[in-house]
Design a protein around this ligand. Structure first.
Ligand SMILES: [Zn+2]
Ligand SMILES: [Zn+2]
Length: 419
């Protein structure tokens, strides 16, 4: 399957239930050493280890990308990432007649002439409401009820993007539970489970509070609001604990911390890294080099290999190199795909047109030379390699401008070199 676009959307509670493969109903993980059904380690979440097949889709560890589950929250709760959106919708709508505008309504609704409460953001996790009863924090339950009153036609009227959306979806009522592979249990020798992943532990904490809140029959409003606050806090700690005011650096990571930043999933794990057939070291200047040349340290040249194909023109030259057991030739690649190590074949090989050799870099080989930041196309240019002693890449001083490399202030520009 080819991916031609990715769309980002807010999941509706109905959609969360639709994509869910199972509902989490217990905070117990294991039962008699086996993952418990309806727990956070339910086998339907996907393959837990490298062995076995997924009970949900019957695929192996490398094929199954896991399955989402869901958990029904005992009451609506804020999602830290959407606090400002919630605030915007509250300020732009009338909770009496359901009128929605594309700008803040102010003190009075122009539609029904009723005076509206005033909403302010206190910090990243708290919204304050000011009405006849005075100033108080607005609980997610109340915000959810206000947003729920808005009609979908009114909502679509002010939105540029016409996909299906309702502001009440910004408040969590159902919690999607990520698959097993998102939060694999740390194992010892592949099989033995040793503890749990941070995400699982955070979810477990949410579950414990939520389940005890569900089971309590206490009608005491103080007790209920206290447990609601604890649950809200647990959800924040799960999604993004950095937004919590005055929260000391916790040892466990929340979801957002996994994604954000240099070490995060996007910049750290998914974006391009150094790859094969490249080398990286400091660059220095060399006035004796031609402008078209780049000086390559011998150490680099002997490690990097270049594929040279055997054809009518190169046959004699390559054959002679192979038979003479030239140290520059490392591997022979046969037409049928086999790869022969020169150390083992000892030159006893019948070369054919269509084969290829892997040899080390030599003078005159075209190479690509790059210096970050690659701001324009001249940040990557083709040069001819020139093998030199020393450990730095050398370039003629006339080439410094396009690479924005200067040796005048400091001699420590970094050059990445690749073939
Ligand atoms: Zn599966
Ligand atoms: Zn109104």
């Amino acid at each position: 399957m080819n991916i031609d676009k990715i769309k980002f959307d807010v999941l509706s509670p109905a959609k969360i239930r639709q994509i869910s493969i199972c509902e989490v109903v217990t905070d117990e993980l294991y039962e008699n050493g086996q993952p418990k059904h309806g727990g956070l380690r339910d086998p339907r979440f996907g393959v837990a280890g490298r062995r076995g097949r997924c009970t949900a889709c019957n695929m192996t560890w490398s094929e199954c990308s896991g399955h989402f589950g869901h958990f029904e929250l005992p009451c609506p709760l804020y999602h830290v990432g959407w606090m400002s959106e919630v605030l915007w919708w509250l300020k732009c709508s009338c909770k009496y007649c359901g009128h929605v505008s594309d700008k803040y309504l102010g003190k009075k609704c122009q539609h029904c002439q009723k005076s509206l409460p005033h909403f302010t953001k206190k910090n990243a996790t708290v919204i304050h409401i000011k009405d006849e009863q005075g100033v108080r924090p607005l609980h997610a339950v109340e915000a959810f009820q206000m947003l729920q009153r808005l009609e979908i036609q009114q909502v679509q009227k002010v939105r540029k993007n016409k996909n299906l959306f309702h502001p009440s979806w910004l408040v969590l009522t159902v919690l999607p539970i990520p698959p097993n592979c998102v939060r694999p249990a740390p194992t010892l020798d592949g099989d033995q489970v040793r503890g749990e992943d941070d995400i699982t532990r955070r979810l477990l904490y949410v579950l414990r509070i939520a389940l005890s809140a569900k089971n309590t029959t206490d009608e005491n409003s103080v007790v209920r609001s206290h447990s609601r606050e604890r649950l809200q806090e647990a959800i924040h700690m799960y999604i993004d604990q950095r937004k919590m005011p005055g929260n000391a650096r916790a040892t466990q990571k929340s979801i957002s911390e996994r994604l954000v930043g240099k070490e995060g999933r996007m910049r750290g794990s998914l974006m391009g890294k150094r790859c094969n057939y490249t080398a990286r070291t400091v660059i220095t200047g060399d006035a004796q080099l031609d402008m078209r040349e780049v000086g390559v340290p011998r150490l680099v040249a002997e490690t990097l290999t270049v594929i040279e194909h055997v054809n009518r023109l190169t046959y004699d030259k390559i054959k002679q190199m192979v038979n003479a057991q030239d140290k520059r030739v490392k591997y022979i690649l046969r037409k049928d795909g086999t790869r022969l190590d020169m150390k083992t074949v000892q030159g006893q090989v019948q070369l054919q047109v269509g084969d290829a050799i892997e040899r080390i870099l030599q003078d005159g080989d075209p190479v690509l030379f790059n210096r970050q930041p690659s701001l324009h196309r001249m940040s990557i240019m083709c040069h001819r390699a020139k093998i030199l002693e020393g450990k730095t890449f050398r370039l003629n001083l006339s080439c410094t401008t396009p690479y924005n490399a200067d040796f005048v202030r400091k001699w420590t520009g970094i050059g990445v070199f690749f073939f």
